[in-house]
Design a protein around this ligand. Structure first.
Ligand code: SF4
Length: 298
């Protein structure tokens, strides 16, 4: 069994910076994080060991500490100002590429476009994006496009972790439905997401089984899983190495491995190590090897 790690995988600079900033702030003084810093339960546990508390961005009573942190997914200016006005020191760990999406949307609104966001309606990043623009419409699939109102100018941005193909397909569909409107799309999908999606294309070409490592509520991790599943390959999503079951690899020859942008390097290393163990166990079991060769010959 060969194990192939995607060329681009795992933690992005935005998550790395958010972790570093939060870590430093939590060591300096008591800190409440206004949501899940990044979508990774192992990171939550690490931050809890530093004494960091969890609050709710929507609830000004949810933090008793002076310091509060906005997560890497960002927040609306309305929320940021509310916490500052309530007397808190706000540590802003918003990824610069999420800020870029905020600026793009604000620019479109200032120029008179009806704002449209491609993304998941209730995702924290999307809620932050539309938080200052009540007229914004969120769409994720063609069935949502009925909600896009007729307007001479439609301005579209995307959640940073959406696959490019999905965003472009929706932009085309909006153009078809609103032929007399000027439709402008600013591509705000982040580069690390694009790299991981492209690296997945390489895995899909070379592999027969796919493992995606990442938090179950991580959007970019889920998108990687969906891409592999849609390709028809046996695909599993795991959060840590202990979830690997050797039985799953019965027919596997080339196992592709990738990880979402909030997955820790040490988690990827542990998964790779466990996979190498499983491969060695399978090789050393002659009965198993025989059955595998029969399966592949069939
Ligand atoms: S996935 Fe993209 S937008 Fe999100 S933190 Fe990483 S670099 Fe930033």
């Amino acid at each position: 069994m060969n194990i192939i790690l995607a060329q681009h995988h795992g933690m992005c600079f935005g998550v790395r910076d958010a972790l570093r900033t939060t870590h430093t702030a939590a060591q300096r003084a008591p800190l409440t994080i206004l949501g899940q810093l990044v979508h990774n339960p192992l990171v939550d546990r690490h931050l809890a060991t530093l004494g960091a508390l969890r609050g709710d961005l929507d609830d000004l009573n949810s933090a008793t500490t002076q310091q509060v942190a906005i997560t890497a997914h960002g927040a609306s200016d309305r929320h940021r100002q509310a916490w500052q006005s309530a007397g808190h020191t706000v540590i802003d760990t918003t990824c610069p590429l999420v800020k870029k999406a905020h600026h793009a949307l604000a620019m479109l609104v200032n120029e008179g476009y009806q704002p449209v966001v491609i993304g998941q309606n209730q995702h924290v990043e999307v809620r932050g994006l539309i938080g200052d623009f009540p007229s914004a419409v969120v769409v994720l699939e063609e069935a949502d496009l009925d909600r896009v109102p007729s307007h001479p100018r439609l301005g579209i941005v995307s959640q940073t972790t959406q696959p490019v193909e999905i965003a472009l397909r929706l932009v085309d569909a909006i153009k078809r439905r609103h032929r007399s409107s000027e439709v402008r799309f600013i591509d705000t999908i982040c580069h690390p997401t694009k790299q991981r999606q492209t690296a997945m294309d390489d895995l899909l070409r070379d592999c027969d089984h796919i493992i995606v490592i990442g938090g179950r509520n991580s959007n970019n991790t889920r998108q990687l899983v969906q891409k592999a599943s849609a390709h028809g390959l046996p695909t599993i999503q795991i959060e840590h190495a202990d979830e690997l079951d050797p039985a799953w690899f019965g027919k596997a020859r080339n196992v592709g491995v990738t990880a979402g942008t909030s997955t820790l390097d040490e988690t990827v290393d542990a998964v790779m190590q466990r996979l190498r163990q499983i491969a060695a166990e399978l090789r050393s079991n002659p009965v198993h090897e025989f059955l595998r060769s029969m399966l592949h010959a069939a």
